[in-house]
Write a protein that binds this ligand. Structure first.
Ligand code: 5GP
Ligand code: MG
Length: 455
């Protein structure tokens, strides 16, 4: 997954692109990059690491103060030749650079190369740049992308900013306009930051799936190149997105609270936990992704959610560690328990998902050590049956063992394998769709339903 941004502004585009790029860091922590363009040149600065590592004081002298087109990316990609943005200087008139959050099934090398290759091919045939871009969109209808591109026109000596989203809109892309300045980001939350700093937006919206936006000569043109066939990835609301983002009109935090309410209804938790309410029950989240969910569960139960697990925010991501032994050590180091919250109580803990059970088991074990009498694990998502079509095929998946089992049986099976957890309760697809509150046919639930939006 990637976080992409785009800025077109004659008023300090460099600083503003920085602000927004920090805001998409949660979508990728392995590499960061920016391409800056204007009336003189196009140049890219990128490297491994967080935005704060890559854009050090040396970058300040690299930017051109009059550059007004900037695109950027915070990415989970860290192979040496895979770091975006990807530049193209092959064509003699147009030099361009692109970054995208997406997936190309036939890709060799970074996803960006596939799109770049198509554009170059159509430019060679004599197409205008925008026509070449549209042709590339039509060519890659089996792919998905939220894409930003800076284009330096060497003949006219000016630059333009392009943004586009595939027809299914699998990954989010958001835009805002303030006078003749235009901003793009994977999510709305990073755009809010500019508003907090005094920018006044006249337009704020999700980029429509299948559309192409071109900002050139201080004006924007928008074209629906492909008719939308919406299939928004449901995991954006469940896990990927920031709680303060609004995706397709739905605030992520609110959706997550509704996932909590859904769990309470689905498993009749008011009846199940009735005896423990009062002093014997505490609802806590696994930080941070279980937080809004625990608020929803607590609301549904009529109790107050508390904090019982504290995350050391400087430990980085444990999910991506391959070796199970080190993943467990990392989780133990990262999460500590507030004994006072859980001692002598039945603990109901919420998270978005259980994949290999490392985080959940390590936290549950430590909760017991801190005096919890029982630990129920509520999962805001459903059991994951199918690895996402955009994940590498060797991705570990416990769910093969789930085949043919009911949700209750799956919960029991998972709980049996996680000795510190008494019960595992999942959400259902219906409750998840209800929580997102968009038409079912507009949401991709492939990993839990097997319905592939590309077939
Ligand atoms: P597990 O320890 O069960 O393998 O991983 C589940 C935990 O990893 C959850 O706390 C979840 O929030 C977190 N997590 C981090 N990145 C991802 C991701 O890309 N997908 C999923 N499903 N969970 C993730
Ligand atoms: Mg988590």
């Amino acid at each position: 997954m990637q976080g992409v941004i785009g800025v077109y502004s004659h008023n300090d585009a460099s600083t503003k692109s920085h602000y927004i790029l920090y805001g998409v860091q949660h979508r990728g922590q392995e590499s960061s990059g920016l391409t800056t363009a204007g009336n003189h040149s196009i140049r890219t600065w990128k490297g491994k690491g967080l935005v704060s590592n890559v854009f050090d004081e040396k970058f300040a002298s690299f930017t051109h103060p009059t550059d007004y087109v900037i695109i950027g990316v915070a990415s989970g990609e860290n192979s040496n030749n895979g770091i975006a943005p990807v530049e193209s200087r092959e064509h003699d008139r147009y030099h361009f650079s692109l970054a995208l959050d997406g997936y190309f099934p036939e890709k060799q090398g970074p996803n960006e190369y596939m799109f770049k290759k198509s554009i170059l091919m159509h430019l060679e045939k004599g197409d205008s740049f925008v026509d070449a871009f549209k042709a590339a969109m039509k060519e890659h209808r089996d792919s998905y992308y939220s894409l930003v591109m800076a284009v330096w026109d060497r003949r006219e000596r000016k630059s333009m900013l392009i943004a586009a989203r595939d027809e299914r809109g699998i990954r989010p892309l958001y835009m805002a306009q303030s006078g003749d300045s235009f901003y793009f980001a994977s999510e709305s939350a990073p755009i809010d930051v500019l508003e907090n700093m005094g920018e006044e937006f006249t337009v704020r919206k999700d980029v429509v799936p299948g559309s192409l936006l071109v900002v050139c000569d201080d004006k924007i043109t928008e074209e629906q190149v492909l008719a939308p066939r919406r299939a928004h990835c449901v995991f954006e609301w469940v896990y990927f997105g920031r709680p303060d983002s609004v995706i397709e009109g739905k605030t992520v935090h609110v959706v997550r609270k509704r996932l909590g309410h859904g769990l309470v209804e689905l498993h009749e938790l008011n009846e199940k936990y009735g005896d423990h309410k009062g002093n014997g029950l505490v609802v806590i989240p696994v930080p941070d992704s279980g937080r809004s969910v625990s608020t929803g569960v607590a609301e549904g139960l009529g109790v107050t959610a508390d904090e019982g697990v504290i995350k050391n925010a400087y430990m980085g991501r444990t999910y991506i560690i391959d070796d199970p032994k080190y993943r467990k050590i990392a989780s133990d180091l990262k999460h500590n328990i507030i004994r006072k919250t859980v001692e002598g109580k039945k603990v109901v803990i919420t998270d978005d998902s259980i994949v290999r059970g490392t985080v959940s088991e390590s936290i549950a074990k430590n909760l017991r050590q801190a005096g919890a009498t029982e630990v129920d694990f509520l999962v805001s998502y459903a059991p994951i049956f199918y690895p996402c079509f955009s994940d590498p095929p060797d991705k570990p998946l416990a769910a093969q063992a789930f085949e043919g089992k009911s949700m209750e049986e799956i919960g029991e099976l998972v709980a049996e394998n996680l000795p510190s957890i008494d019960g595992v309760l999942y959400n259902s697809e219906d409750k998840i769709i209800w929580a997102v509150d968009l038409p079912k046919e507009h949401i991709c639930t492939y990993c839990i339903s097997g319905c592939n939006p590309f077939r």
